[in-house]
Design a protein around this ligand. Sequence first.
Ligand code: CA
Length: 220
Amino acid sequence: MRILLVEDDDALRADLERELEAAGFAVDATASGIDAQHLGAEEPYDAAILDLGLPDRPGLEILRDWRAQENGLPVIILTARDAWYERVDGLEAGADDYVGKPFHTEELIARLNALIRRRHGVPQPQIQVAGYTLDEARQVLRGEDQVIELTGTEFKLLRYMAMHPGEVLSKTQLTEHVYEYDADKDSNVIEVYINRLRHKLGRDLIRTRRGQGYVFQPVD
Ligand code: CA
């Protein structure tokens, strides 16, 4: 899952970027509302975290602009803790959720995961894959009496694919949701990670559609 993080407080942005990356998200972070508006319109993010108080372009204007363009990007706004009217304005402008400052990053990440699951119609609090539960906090797969370790990229890839069962996913699409904007994106590397996941979870989990991409087939 790839996230757009918009926050002009440098220390907070750096902390959040680090913690979100540690939680298995690819993160594009910016302090600029103007850049954020452009990025959110052009890049295929899975969600955005948007501070409302930005110096160059208010967060509310960015949000209203995205929605006016029929951009359904899931958005969590960051508001002042005591400013209930900011939350109302934000929700009315099209925000999906909010977190009041100061907050614990755990809450923001829990809300982010819940929002992404909801957006993909996943009713369970945890994603099930081939008889295992995907533990998003520890980035492992848990079975009855077995834990399968995953590398950071394997986790990101598996989580994205598990949210899109039965869909044909191109290498480009997978690359765009697993790597950051400035990452060295070689879509052929995805093939290597797909094969590692097959090795860990069985060949049938991910089918190849020649010339098109991959289809994630949940095993029941
Ligand atoms: Ca701010």
